[in-house]
Design a protein around this ligand. Structure first.
Ligand code: DX5
Ligand code: ZN
Length: 224
């Protein structure tokens, strides 16, 4: 089953609870929360205090994507704030083994993220430590960018490696997903598909979510 994870980066921050309720009513089971620090990426978004408020506002799973320097220092704080899933960038984590182990130890699912220019083999020794691998399909930092189709080869490779090594991580993709390419992402092997602009910049986010979920399932049913 493919899950669509609405990214609240594209939502109206003054009405987050309402925006989340709209996608939940349409069937969402998780929301994607983009944490940016102005260092690892140019933008600054939200921190643990907002995650705490989101935790009080919804029972949906909170998938926190940390685009920050020194994730090793802050990751566990996000678990304490209520994140169910916390992912950190391979490029920002010199102590990946420690960081992923600490996230799991604190009670959340650990994930590792790779940028478009980072090859899958950089995760060789980390695959077994993560519950999910997030493949960036744009360069992180902003919503509304164009999808980079070449990253789908990395999704296929990760799916192949999972089988070969008997692992069970989920594969997530993030950036530039629309109704046009969501099916291709599902067919390539993505289990979680993040979409921000395509959902929250729509006049009816619930309807946009449902259309994407339906299109992903339709594409999967066509898979031979
Ligand atoms: C980009 C973020 C994404 C972003 C995706 O750095 O990690 O999660 O919200 O937004 P769209 O779907 O608009 O590309
Ligand atoms: Zn993200």
């Amino acid at each position: 089953m493919v899950e669509i994870a609405p990214s609240i980066l594209a939502a109206d921050f003054s009405r987050l609870a309402e925006e989340i309720r709209a996608v939940q009513a349409a069937g969402a089971s998780m929301v994607h929360v983009d944490v940016m620090d102005g260092h690892f990426v140019p933008s600054i978004t939200i921190g643990p205090l907002v995650v705490q408020s989101l935790r009080r506002a919804t029972d949906l799973a909170l998938d926190c994507h940390l685009m920050i320097e020194d994730a090793d220092r802050y990751a566990v704080e996000f678990v304490g704030a209520g994140a169910d899933m916390v992912s950190v960038h391979q490029e920002a984590c010199p102590h990946l083994h420690r960081t992923l182990t600490a996230i799991r130890g604190a009670g959340a699912s650990p994930g590792v993220v790779i940028n478009p220019a980072t090859p899958v083999h950089m995760l060789d020794e980390a695959l077994e430590l993560a519950d999910y691998i997030l493949v960036m399909s744009v360069n992180p930092g902003f919503g509304g960018q164009e999808f980079i189709p070449g990253v789908l080869d990395k999704v296929r490779r990760l799916a192949q490696l999972r089988g070969e090594r008997g692992l069970s991580y989920r594969i997530e993709i993030d950036g530039g997903i629309t109704l046009v390419n969501v099916g291709e992402a599902a067919r390539a092997g993505c289990d979680i598909i993040v979409a921000g602009t395509a959902i929250f910049h729509n006049s009816d986010p619930g309807e946009a979510f449902a259309a994407m979920a339906k299109e992903a399932e339709r594409a999967l049913a066509l898979r031979v």
